[in-house]
Design a protein around this ligand. Structure first.
Ligand SMILES: [Zn+2]
Ligand SMILES: [Zn+2]
Length: 509
Protein backbone atom coordinates (compact mmCIF):
# COMPACT_ATOMS: atom_id res chain seq x y z
CA UNK A 1 0.00 0.00 0.00
CA UNK A 2 2.71 2.46 1.03
CA UNK A 3 4.89 1.80 -2.01
CA UNK A 4 1.85 2.30 -4.23
CA UNK A 5 1.05 5.61 -2.54
CA UNK A 6 4.65 6.74 -2.83
CA UNK A 7 4.68 5.95 -6.56
CA UNK A 8 1.50 7.90 -7.19
CA UNK A 9 2.76 10.87 -5.22
CA UNK A 10 6.18 10.86 -6.86
CA UNK A 11 4.78 10.86 -10.38
CA UNK A 12 1.73 12.90 -9.39
CA UNK A 13 -0.23 10.36 -11.35
CA UNK A 14 -3.09 8.18 -10.08
CA UNK A 15 -2.11 5.56 -12.64
CA UNK A 16 1.56 5.30 -11.54
CA UNK A 17 1.38 1.68 -10.36
CA UNK A 18 -0.36 0.63 -13.57
CA UNK A 19 2.43 2.33 -15.51
CA UNK A 20 4.96 0.11 -13.75
CA UNK A 21 2.90 -2.94 -14.61
CA UNK A 22 2.83 -1.75 -18.22
CA UNK A 23 6.62 -1.55 -18.17
CA UNK A 24 6.72 -5.18 -16.97
CA UNK A 25 4.52 -6.11 -19.93
CA UNK A 26 6.86 -4.20 -22.22
CA UNK A 27 9.88 -6.09 -20.84
CA UNK A 28 8.09 -9.44 -20.99
CA UNK A 29 7.50 -9.00 -24.72
CA UNK A 30 11.20 -8.32 -25.16
CA UNK A 31 12.00 -11.55 -23.29
CA UNK A 32 9.78 -13.74 -25.45
CA UNK A 33 10.08 -11.93 -28.81
CA UNK A 34 13.44 -10.14 -28.57
CA UNK A 35 11.44 -7.05 -29.43
CA UNK A 36 8.96 -5.14 -27.33
CA UNK A 37 7.16 -4.03 -30.46
CA UNK A 38 5.85 -7.45 -31.37
CA UNK A 39 2.76 -8.61 -29.47
CA UNK A 40 3.23 -11.82 -27.46
CA UNK A 41 0.97 -14.45 -29.03
CA UNK A 42 -1.86 -16.05 -27.05
CA UNK A 43 -0.95 -14.13 -23.92
CA UNK A 44 -3.14 -12.66 -21.19
CA UNK A 45 -1.64 -10.26 -18.64
CA UNK A 46 -3.32 -10.32 -15.24
CA UNK A 47 -2.79 -7.24 -13.06
CA UNK A 48 -3.72 -7.98 -9.45
CA UNK A 49 -4.93 -5.67 -8.10
CA UNK A 50 -6.04 -2.15 -9.04
CA UNK A 51 -6.41 0.35 -6.21
CA UNK A 52 -7.03 3.68 -7.86
CA UNK A 53 -9.36 4.98 -10.57
CA UNK A 54 -6.34 6.56 -12.31
CA UNK A 55 -5.02 3.06 -13.01
CA UNK A 56 -8.23 2.06 -14.76
CA UNK A 57 -8.25 5.28 -16.72
CA UNK A 58 -4.73 4.77 -18.04
CA UNK A 59 -5.24 1.07 -18.83
CA UNK A 60 -8.36 1.85 -20.83
CA UNK A 61 -6.67 4.72 -22.61
CA UNK A 62 -3.79 2.51 -23.73
CA UNK A 63 -5.31 -0.91 -24.25
CA UNK A 64 -8.87 0.09 -25.18
CA UNK A 65 -11.01 -2.93 -25.94
CA UNK A 66 -8.17 -5.28 -25.05
CA UNK A 67 -8.50 -4.60 -21.32
CA UNK A 68 -11.22 -6.13 -19.16
CA UNK A 69 -11.62 -4.76 -15.64
CA UNK A 70 -12.97 -7.22 -13.09
CA UNK A 71 -14.26 -6.20 -9.67
CA UNK A 72 -14.41 -9.00 -7.13
CA UNK A 73 -16.88 -8.54 -4.34
CA UNK A 74 -16.71 -10.10 -0.86
CA UNK A 75 -18.95 -8.90 2.00
CA UNK A 76 -16.99 -6.64 4.37
CA UNK A 77 -17.13 -9.01 7.38
CA UNK A 78 -15.77 -11.91 5.37
CA UNK A 79 -13.10 -9.73 3.77
CA UNK A 80 -11.76 -8.58 7.15
CA UNK A 81 -11.83 -12.14 8.50
CA UNK A 82 -9.80 -13.46 5.54
CA UNK A 83 -7.28 -10.65 5.87
CA UNK A 84 -6.92 -11.16 9.65
CA UNK A 85 -6.24 -14.84 9.02
CA UNK A 86 -3.54 -14.00 6.50
CA UNK A 87 -1.86 -11.47 8.81
CA UNK A 88 -1.85 -13.85 11.79
CA UNK A 89 -0.69 -16.85 9.78
CA UNK A 90 2.14 -14.84 8.24
CA UNK A 91 3.40 -14.44 11.81
CA UNK A 92 3.00 -18.14 12.51
CA UNK A 93 -0.11 -17.69 14.68
CA UNK A 94 -3.09 -19.97 14.02
CA UNK A 95 -6.30 -18.96 15.83
CA UNK A 96 -9.85 -20.29 15.84
CA UNK A 97 -12.43 -18.00 14.26
CA UNK A 98 -13.90 -16.96 17.63
CA UNK A 99 -10.48 -15.98 19.03
CA UNK A 100 -9.44 -14.30 15.79
CA UNK A 101 -12.27 -11.78 16.15
CA UNK A 102 -10.86 -10.51 19.47
CA UNK A 103 -7.26 -10.45 18.33
CA UNK A 104 -4.99 -7.59 17.34
CA UNK A 105 -4.83 -9.17 13.85
CA UNK A 106 -8.54 -8.56 13.36
CA UNK A 107 -8.11 -4.92 14.36
CA UNK A 108 -5.18 -4.53 11.99
CA UNK A 109 -7.23 -6.09 9.21
CA UNK A 110 -10.10 -3.69 9.92
CA UNK A 111 -7.76 -0.75 9.71
CA UNK A 112 -6.21 -1.94 6.47
CA UNK A 113 -9.61 -2.60 4.96
CA UNK A 114 -10.88 0.89 5.76
CA UNK A 115 -7.69 2.34 4.35
CA UNK A 116 -8.07 0.24 1.24
CA UNK A 117 -11.54 1.57 0.63
CA UNK A 118 -10.72 5.25 0.61
CA UNK A 119 -7.62 6.70 2.19
CA UNK A 120 -8.63 10.28 1.63
CA UNK A 121 -11.83 10.05 3.63
CA UNK A 122 -10.31 7.74 6.20
CA UNK A 123 -7.20 9.75 6.96
CA UNK A 124 -9.20 12.87 7.55
CA UNK A 125 -10.53 11.39 10.73
CA UNK A 126 -8.74 11.71 14.06
CA UNK A 127 -10.16 8.25 14.75
CA UNK A 128 -7.74 6.81 12.20
CA UNK A 129 -4.63 8.27 13.83
CA UNK A 130 -5.82 7.35 17.31
CA UNK A 131 -6.48 3.77 16.29
CA UNK A 132 -3.05 3.42 14.74
CA UNK A 133 -1.48 4.49 18.03
CA UNK A 134 -3.87 2.60 20.29
CA UNK A 135 -3.38 -0.69 18.50
CA UNK A 136 0.37 -0.27 18.55
CA UNK A 137 0.87 -0.53 14.80
CA UNK A 138 3.84 1.74 15.11
CA UNK A 139 5.67 0.70 12.02
CA UNK A 140 2.64 1.54 9.92
CA UNK A 141 2.21 4.86 11.68
CA UNK A 142 5.77 5.95 10.96
CA UNK A 143 5.63 4.93 7.35
CA UNK A 144 2.35 6.65 6.74
CA UNK A 145 3.62 9.78 8.44
CA UNK A 146 6.69 9.84 6.24
CA UNK A 147 4.66 9.32 3.10
CA UNK A 148 1.99 11.81 3.89
CA UNK A 149 3.07 15.15 5.17
CA UNK A 150 0.33 17.30 6.60
CA UNK A 151 -0.85 18.76 3.32
CA UNK A 152 -1.45 15.30 1.90
CA UNK A 153 -3.54 14.22 4.84
CA UNK A 154 -6.21 16.63 3.72
CA UNK A 155 -5.91 16.51 -0.03
CA UNK A 156 -4.76 13.06 -0.88
CA UNK A 157 -5.96 12.32 -4.36
CA UNK A 158 -3.17 9.77 -4.80
CA UNK A 159 -4.03 7.55 -1.83
CA UNK A 160 -5.68 4.18 -2.37
CA UNK A 161 -9.28 4.48 -3.38
CA UNK A 162 -10.87 1.15 -4.13
CA UNK A 163 -14.30 2.61 -3.44
CA UNK A 164 -14.13 4.83 -6.52
CA UNK A 165 -12.25 2.29 -8.63
CA UNK A 166 -14.59 -0.66 -7.94
CA UNK A 167 -17.70 0.55 -9.85
CA UNK A 168 -15.67 1.32 -12.99
CA UNK A 169 -15.35 -2.39 -13.82
CA UNK A 170 -16.65 -4.18 -16.90
CA UNK A 171 -17.58 -7.33 -14.99
CA UNK A 172 -18.53 -7.81 -11.33
CA UNK A 173 -17.78 -11.16 -9.69
CA UNK A 174 -19.13 -12.40 -6.37
CA UNK A 175 -16.09 -14.04 -4.81
CA UNK A 176 -17.72 -15.13 -1.55
CA UNK A 177 -17.77 -18.71 -2.86
CA UNK A 178 -14.71 -19.51 -4.98
CA UNK A 179 -16.27 -22.36 -6.97
CA UNK A 180 -19.10 -20.08 -7.94
CA UNK A 181 -16.62 -17.28 -8.77
CA UNK A 182 -14.79 -19.71 -11.06
CA UNK A 183 -17.91 -20.45 -13.06
CA UNK A 184 -18.73 -16.73 -13.33
CA UNK A 185 -15.25 -16.11 -14.75
CA UNK A 186 -15.52 -19.06 -17.19
CA UNK A 187 -18.82 -17.68 -18.43
CA UNK A 188 -17.21 -14.28 -18.96
CA UNK A 189 -14.29 -15.82 -20.87
CA UNK A 190 -16.68 -17.79 -23.10
CA UNK A 191 -18.59 -14.59 -23.83
CA UNK A 192 -15.36 -12.75 -24.64
CA UNK A 193 -14.64 -15.48 -27.17
CA UNK A 194 -17.98 -15.04 -28.83
CA UNK A 195 -20.09 -17.82 -27.30
CA UNK A 196 -23.39 -17.15 -29.04
CA UNK A 197 -25.58 -19.25 -26.75
CA UNK A 198 -25.04 -17.42 -23.47
CA UNK A 199 -27.70 -14.81 -22.75
CA UNK A 200 -28.06 -12.19 -19.97
CA UNK A 201 -29.35 -13.02 -16.49
CA UNK A 202 -32.35 -11.11 -15.09
CA UNK A 203 -29.92 -8.94 -13.07
CA UNK A 204 -27.69 -8.11 -16.05
CA UNK A 205 -30.71 -7.28 -18.22
CA UNK A 206 -32.36 -5.04 -15.61
CA UNK A 207 -29.13 -3.25 -14.64
CA UNK A 208 -28.42 -2.51 -18.31
CA UNK A 209 -31.91 -0.93 -18.56
CA UNK A 210 -31.28 1.11 -15.39
CA UNK A 211 -27.96 2.24 -16.88
CA UNK A 212 -29.49 3.24 -20.23
CA UNK A 213 -32.17 5.23 -18.40
CA UNK A 214 -29.61 7.42 -16.70
CA UNK A 215 -28.26 9.00 -19.85
CA UNK A 216 -31.30 11.21 -20.25
CA UNK A 217 -30.52 13.07 -17.02
CA UNK A 218 -29.07 16.55 -17.32
CA UNK A 219 -28.16 16.87 -13.66
CA UNK A 220 -24.88 18.68 -13.08
CA UNK A 221 -23.76 16.02 -10.58
CA UNK A 222 -23.95 12.39 -11.51
CA UNK A 223 -26.41 10.71 -13.84
CA UNK A 224 -28.29 7.94 -12.03
CA UNK A 225 -30.65 5.31 -13.43
CA UNK A 226 -33.09 2.89 -11.80
CA UNK A 227 -35.35 0.07 -12.95
CA UNK A 228 -37.96 -1.83 -10.94
CA UNK A 229 -38.55 -5.41 -12.01
CA UNK A 230 -40.48 -8.50 -11.02
CA UNK A 231 -38.59 -11.74 -10.34
CA UNK A 232 -39.29 -12.92 -13.91
CA UNK A 233 -37.36 -9.95 -15.32
CA UNK A 234 -40.44 -7.96 -16.34
CA UNK A 235 -39.42 -4.31 -15.86
CA UNK A 236 -42.44 -2.37 -14.59
CA UNK A 237 -40.86 1.08 -14.28
CA UNK A 238 -37.67 3.06 -14.85
CA UNK A 239 -36.43 6.39 -13.53
CA UNK A 240 -33.59 8.86 -13.63
CA UNK A 241 -32.57 11.88 -11.55
CA UNK A 242 -34.08 14.98 -13.08
CA UNK A 243 -36.21 17.99 -12.16
CA UNK A 244 -39.97 17.26 -12.09
CA UNK A 245 -42.39 19.24 -14.24
CA UNK A 246 -45.95 20.33 -13.52
CA UNK A 247 -48.46 17.92 -15.01
CA UNK A 248 -46.35 14.91 -14.03
CA UNK A 249 -43.01 13.39 -14.95
CA UNK A 250 -39.67 15.09 -15.42
CA UNK A 251 -38.51 17.62 -18.01
CA UNK A 252 -37.54 16.53 -21.49
CA UNK A 253 -35.80 18.90 -23.87
CA UNK A 254 -38.27 21.46 -25.22
CA UNK A 255 -40.04 21.91 -27.60
CA UNK A 256 -40.61 18.12 -27.48
CA UNK A 257 -41.52 18.25 -23.81
CA UNK A 258 -45.04 16.98 -23.25
CA UNK A 259 -46.06 19.89 -21.10
CA UNK A 260 -43.94 22.93 -20.58
CA UNK A 261 -40.79 24.83 -21.36
CA UNK A 262 -37.48 23.44 -20.21
CA UNK A 263 -36.68 24.57 -16.65
CA UNK A 264 -33.99 22.10 -15.77
CA UNK A 265 -31.16 23.24 -13.46
CA UNK A 266 -28.84 24.45 -16.22
CA UNK A 267 -31.48 26.99 -17.30
CA UNK A 268 -31.58 28.68 -13.90
CA UNK A 269 -29.79 31.96 -13.27
CA UNK A 270 -28.33 30.60 -10.02
CA UNK A 271 -27.76 27.32 -8.24
CA UNK A 272 -30.80 27.25 -5.96
CA UNK A 273 -29.64 24.18 -4.01
CA UNK A 274 -26.19 25.60 -3.27
CA UNK A 275 -27.82 28.85 -2.20
CA UNK A 276 -29.86 26.96 0.41
CA UNK A 277 -26.82 25.07 1.73
CA UNK A 278 -24.77 28.30 1.94
CA UNK A 279 -27.74 29.90 3.71
CA UNK A 280 -27.87 27.08 6.25
CA UNK A 281 -24.15 27.46 6.99
CA UNK A 282 -24.34 31.26 7.38
CA UNK A 283 -27.39 30.89 9.60
CA UNK A 284 -25.43 28.67 12.00
CA UNK A 285 -22.40 31.01 11.97
CA UNK A 286 -24.62 34.03 12.68
CA UNK A 287 -26.32 32.30 15.61
CA UNK A 288 -22.97 31.20 17.09
CA UNK A 289 -21.59 34.71 16.62
CA UNK A 290 -24.67 36.26 18.29
CA UNK A 291 -24.14 33.99 21.27
CA UNK A 292 -20.46 35.09 21.46
CA UNK A 293 -19.29 31.56 20.73
CA UNK A 294 -17.14 32.64 17.78
CA UNK A 295 -14.21 35.00 17.50
CA UNK A 296 -15.26 38.57 16.68
CA UNK A 297 -13.56 38.13 13.29
CA UNK A 298 -16.75 36.52 12.06
CA UNK A 299 -19.04 39.35 13.14
CA UNK A 300 -19.17 40.98 9.68
CA UNK A 301 -20.54 37.73 8.29
CA UNK A 302 -23.24 37.62 10.97
CA UNK A 303 -24.11 41.27 10.30
CA UNK A 304 -24.47 40.59 6.58
CA UNK A 305 -26.82 37.72 7.40
CA UNK A 306 -28.94 39.90 9.70
CA UNK A 307 -28.95 42.64 7.06
CA UNK A 308 -30.51 40.18 4.64
CA UNK A 309 -27.68 40.36 2.07
CA UNK A 310 -27.01 37.47 -0.20
CA UNK A 311 -23.42 36.30 0.28
CA UNK A 312 -22.56 36.91 -3.39
CA UNK A 313 -23.59 40.56 -3.08
CA UNK A 314 -21.36 41.27 -0.08
CA UNK A 315 -17.76 42.50 0.12
CA UNK A 316 -14.61 40.55 -0.64
CA UNK A 317 -13.83 40.47 3.09
CA UNK A 318 -17.10 38.71 3.88
CA UNK A 319 -16.70 36.34 0.95
CA UNK A 320 -13.23 35.48 2.30
CA UNK A 321 -14.62 34.76 5.77
CA UNK A 322 -17.29 32.59 4.26
CA UNK A 323 -14.74 30.65 2.23
CA UNK A 324 -12.72 29.95 5.41
CA UNK A 325 -15.81 28.44 6.97
CA UNK A 326 -16.79 26.44 3.91
CA UNK A 327 -13.24 25.01 3.70
CA UNK A 328 -13.30 24.04 7.37
CA UNK A 329 -16.63 22.28 6.87
CA UNK A 330 -15.59 20.32 3.77
CA UNK A 331 -16.94 16.79 3.89
CA UNK A 332 -19.30 17.41 6.83
CA UNK A 333 -23.01 16.62 6.64
CA UNK A 334 -24.08 20.25 6.64
CA UNK A 335 -22.04 21.05 3.54
CA UNK A 336 -23.36 18.04 1.68
CA UNK A 337 -27.05 18.21 2.52
CA UNK A 338 -29.13 16.48 -0.15
CA UNK A 339 -32.55 17.74 0.79
CA UNK A 340 -32.29 21.01 -1.12
CA UNK A 341 -31.86 19.51 -4.55
CA UNK A 342 -34.68 20.08 -7.02
CA UNK A 343 -34.43 16.79 -8.89
CA UNK A 344 -36.45 13.70 -8.16
CA UNK A 345 -33.94 10.89 -7.62
CA UNK A 346 -33.90 7.94 -10.02
CA UNK A 347 -35.30 5.48 -7.46
CA UNK A 348 -38.18 7.79 -6.50
CA UNK A 349 -38.87 8.57 -10.15
CA UNK A 350 -39.19 4.82 -10.82
CA UNK A 351 -41.48 4.34 -7.80
CA UNK A 352 -43.72 7.18 -8.96
CA UNK A 353 -43.74 5.84 -12.53
CA UNK A 354 -44.97 2.44 -11.33
CA UNK A 355 -47.72 4.19 -9.35
CA UNK A 356 -48.71 6.16 -12.44
CA UNK A 357 -49.09 2.88 -14.31
CA UNK A 358 -51.07 1.39 -11.43
CA UNK A 359 -48.52 -1.36 -10.73
CA UNK A 360 -47.63 -2.47 -7.20
CA UNK A 361 -43.95 -2.60 -6.19
CA UNK A 362 -44.53 -5.08 -3.36
CA UNK A 363 -42.04 -7.96 -3.65
CA UNK A 364 -40.17 -6.43 -6.61
CA UNK A 365 -36.45 -5.76 -7.09
CA UNK A 366 -34.97 -2.34 -7.69
CA UNK A 367 -31.82 -2.04 -9.83
CA UNK A 368 -29.96 1.21 -9.39
CA UNK A 369 -26.65 2.41 -10.81
CA UNK A 370 -25.88 4.09 -7.45
CA UNK A 371 -26.43 3.02 -3.84
CA UNK A 372 -29.73 4.66 -2.78
CA UNK A 373 -29.56 7.75 -0.56
CA UNK A 374 -31.45 7.70 2.75
CA UNK A 375 -34.30 9.75 1.32
CA UNK A 376 -34.92 7.19 -1.41
CA UNK A 377 -34.35 4.34 1.02
CA UNK A 378 -37.35 5.21 3.16
CA UNK A 379 -39.54 5.27 0.04
CA UNK A 380 -38.09 1.98 -1.17
CA UNK A 381 -38.91 0.34 2.16
CA UNK A 382 -42.38 1.92 2.20
CA UNK A 383 -43.19 0.69 -1.32
CA UNK A 384 -42.44 -2.93 -0.43
CA UNK A 385 -39.37 -3.41 -2.63
CA UNK A 386 -37.79 -6.69 -1.59
CA UNK A 387 -34.27 -6.34 -2.91
CA UNK A 388 -31.99 -3.58 -4.20
CA UNK A 389 -28.97 -4.06 -6.48
CA UNK A 390 -26.50 -1.21 -6.91
CA UNK A 391 -23.16 -0.59 -8.64
CA UNK A 392 -21.65 2.65 -7.31
CA UNK A 393 -21.40 3.13 -3.57
CA UNK A 394 -22.67 6.46 -2.26
CA UNK A 395 -20.74 7.73 0.75
CA UNK A 396 -23.40 10.21 1.85
CA UNK A 397 -26.12 7.60 2.18
CA UNK A 398 -27.28 6.96 5.73
CA UNK A 399 -29.60 4.14 4.63
CA UNK A 400 -28.23 1.61 7.07
CA UNK A 401 -27.69 4.04 9.96
CA UNK A 402 -31.27 5.36 9.79
CA UNK A 403 -33.07 2.13 8.91
CA UNK A 404 -31.23 -0.73 10.65
CA UNK A 405 -34.65 -2.27 11.37
CA UNK A 406 -35.53 -2.50 7.68
CA UNK A 407 -32.33 -2.63 5.66
CA UNK A 408 -29.85 -5.51 5.63
CA UNK A 409 -26.59 -5.69 3.70
CA UNK A 410 -24.84 -8.72 5.12
CA UNK A 411 -26.99 -11.83 5.24
CA UNK A 412 -27.20 -13.94 2.13
CA UNK A 413 -28.26 -17.56 2.81
CA UNK A 414 -31.01 -17.68 3.95
CA UNK A 415 -32.00 -14.01 3.89
CA UNK A 416 -33.88 -12.35 6.77
CA UNK A 417 -37.15 -10.41 6.35
CA UNK A 418 -35.52 -7.02 5.74
CA UNK A 419 -34.96 -5.24 2.41
CA UNK A 420 -31.61 -6.47 1.08
CA UNK A 421 -29.18 -4.03 -0.50
CA UNK A 422 -26.66 -5.99 -2.54
CA UNK A 423 -23.84 -5.05 -4.88
CA UNK A 424 -24.61 -6.00 -8.46
CA UNK A 425 -22.70 -8.99 -9.88
CA UNK A 426 -22.49 -10.13 -13.49
CA UNK A 427 -21.61 -8.56 -16.84
CA UNK A 428 -21.83 -4.82 -16.21
CA UNK A 429 -23.63 -2.28 -18.41
CA UNK A 430 -20.34 -1.20 -20.06
CA UNK A 431 -19.91 -4.61 -21.72
CA UNK A 432 -23.58 -5.58 -22.05
CA UNK A 433 -24.16 -4.71 -25.69
CA UNK A 434 -20.72 -5.88 -26.78
CA UNK A 435 -20.94 -9.33 -25.20
CA UNK A 436 -24.60 -10.13 -25.72
CA UNK A 437 -25.01 -8.96 -29.30
CA UNK A 438 -25.44 -12.37 -30.87
CA UNK A 439 -22.96 -13.77 -33.31
CA UNK A 440 -24.31 -15.97 -36.10
CA UNK A 441 -26.42 -18.75 -34.57
CA UNK A 442 -27.70 -20.47 -37.72
CA UNK A 443 -26.10 -21.47 -40.99
CA UNK A 444 -27.70 -19.34 -43.74
CA UNK A 445 -27.73 -22.18 -46.28
CA UNK A 446 -28.46 -25.33 -44.33
CA UNK A 447 -30.45 -23.61 -41.56
CA UNK A 448 -28.55 -25.70 -39.03
CA UNK A 449 -27.51 -24.36 -35.63
CA UNK A 450 -23.88 -23.19 -35.69
CA UNK A 451 -21.86 -24.70 -32.85
CA UNK A 452 -19.55 -22.54 -30.79
CA UNK A 453 -16.02 -23.63 -31.68
CA UNK A 454 -13.93 -24.01 -28.58
CA UNK A 455 -10.97 -25.11 -30.71
CA UNK A 456 -10.75 -21.86 -32.67
CA UNK A 457 -11.88 -19.12 -30.34
CA UNK A 458 -12.30 -15.62 -31.66
CA UNK A 459 -11.95 -12.62 -29.36
CA UNK A 460 -14.94 -10.30 -29.57
CA UNK A 461 -13.95 -6.91 -31.01
CA UNK A 462 -10.93 -5.94 -33.07
CA UNK A 463 -7.69 -4.91 -31.41
CA UNK A 464 -4.99 -2.88 -33.17
CA UNK A 465 -1.77 -4.14 -31.56
CA UNK A 466 0.54 -1.66 -33.19
CA UNK A 467 -1.31 1.40 -32.01
CA UNK A 468 -1.65 -0.16 -28.53
CA UNK A 469 2.11 -0.71 -28.28
CA UNK A 470 2.80 2.79 -29.57
CA UNK A 471 0.54 4.31 -26.97
CA UNK A 472 1.95 2.02 -24.26
CA UNK A 473 5.44 3.29 -25.07
CA UNK A 474 4.33 6.88 -24.92
CA UNK A 475 2.73 6.45 -21.48
CA UNK A 476 5.56 4.54 -19.80
CA UNK A 477 8.12 7.03 -21.04
CA UNK A 478 7.29 9.14 -17.96
CA UNK A 479 8.87 6.46 -15.79
CA UNK A 480 12.48 7.17 -16.61
CA UNK A 481 15.07 9.21 -18.52
CA UNK A 482 16.36 6.12 -20.29
CA UNK A 483 13.08 5.73 -21.99
CA UNK A 484 11.92 9.00 -23.43
CA UNK A 485 9.04 9.49 -25.81
CA UNK A 486 11.51 10.64 -28.44
CA UNK A 487 13.58 7.46 -28.19
CA UNK A 488 10.47 5.37 -28.42
CA UNK A 489 9.21 7.01 -31.55
CA UNK A 490 12.66 6.80 -33.13
CA UNK A 491 12.77 3.08 -32.48
CA UNK A 492 9.39 2.78 -34.10
CA UNK A 493 10.50 4.53 -37.24
CA UNK A 494 14.03 3.12 -37.40
CA UNK A 495 15.22 0.16 -35.41
CA UNK A 496 11.88 -1.49 -34.76
CA UNK A 497 13.44 -2.93 -31.69
CA UNK A 498 13.47 -1.59 -28.17
CA UNK A 499 15.62 -2.52 -25.24
CA UNK A 500 14.14 -3.75 -21.98
CA UNK A 501 13.58 -1.03 -19.45
CA UNK A 502 15.48 -0.73 -16.20
CA UNK A 503 13.25 -1.83 -13.35
CA UNK A 504 14.14 1.24 -11.33
CA UNK A 505 12.79 0.03 -7.95
CA UNK A 506 9.19 0.93 -7.21
CA UNK A 507 6.18 -1.22 -6.54
CA UNK A 508 4.70 -4.24 -8.18
CA UNK A 509 1.13 -5.02 -9.04
ZN1 LIG B 1 -32.01 9.23 -3.53
ZN1 LIG C 1 -30.81 -9.97 5.84
Amino acid sequence: MNVGNASRHRLENGGAVALQAMREIWNYRYEVNKSSFKPAEKTVYILDSLKHEGEIEILRRVYGKAVIILSLFTPEGKRIENLAKRISQAQGVFLEDSKLRDSIYYKQAKLLSARDENEKVFRRTKRFWNQVLEWGIEEDYDTIKKLTDVKHVFSDKYGQNVRDAFPLADVFIDSTDLTNADSQISRMVNLLFGHQFITPTVSEHCMAIADTTRYRSLQPGRQVGAAIARANGHVIATGTNEVPQAGGGQYWPSPNSSFSEDHRDHKLAEDLSRKQIDGAIIEVVARLSDANLLSSDFKPLADAYHGGSHIKETSEEIMGLFKTIVDALEGTRISSLIEFFRSTHAEMAALIASGESGLSCVGTTLYCTTFPCHECTRHIIHAGIKEVYYIEPYAKSLALQLHPDSVCMECFHPPCQKVHFRPFTGIGPRMYAKLFRAARRKDDHSGEIVRWRTGRPHLVGQVDSESIIRSEAREISVLGDLFTEQATLESFEGLKEAKPLPANGGGRT
